[in-house]
Design a protein. Structure first.
Length: 165
């Protein structure tokens, strides 16, 4: 399926909950999962700054082992988590760049807008910031995710919608 100029199959690899071994992400198992996913012809990987350890795991399992043009990588900014300033919100991007080692993101989402969370993106003017990063070539496609409700999967139970702006 061609979408936004990218050829992406309909299945993506979500990195929110990865297999554990000795209370840490089992990177060797993640490598096997990534290999099988790519061998099946799928190329879209989705992580987030807030998914503890997943960006480091995807660096080890994917970024360090495959050419950059072999996959699309998405990550997310959650400005509403522990951010009191724009600098702290922007730092999530810098941290993601270091943790993944990807060089750029194919998709970068302002994550889980809705209810009181949207105000953080507005207050920190993340809308202009994300456009600056696109112009710099560090983000190919900018978007957002939206969710409502409560519970463990609240943001995702309503579906993940991404807008490209």
């Amino acid at each position: 399926m061609a979408y936004l100029g990218e050829e992406i199959r309909k299945l993506g690899f979500g990195l929110m909950r990865l297999p554990q071994k000795d209370e840490k992400i089992d990177v060797e198992q993640v490598k096997e999962m990534v290999d099988r996913f790519l061998e099946a012809g799928f190329t879209y990987f989705d992580t987030a700054w807030a998914y503890e350890g997943s960006e480091d795991a995807i660096r080890q399992a994917l970024v360090e082992r495959y050419p950059r043009e072999a996959y699309q990588l998405a990550t997310k900014n959650a400005a509403w988590i522990k951010c009191k300033t724009r600098e702290e919100a922007v730092n999530q991007f810098e941290t993601s760049m270091k943790q993944t080692g990807a060089g750029y993101f194919d998709y970068y989402l302002l994550h889980n807008l809705g209810e009181s969370r949207t105000q953080f993106f507005d207050d920190f003017d993340m809308w202009s910031w994300i456009q600056e990063k696109k112009k710099e070539g560090l983000i190919k496609h900018a978007g957002f995710s939206y969710g409502t409700g409560q519970g463990r999967n609240a943001g995702h139970s309503a579906g993940l919608g991404a807008g490209n702006f």
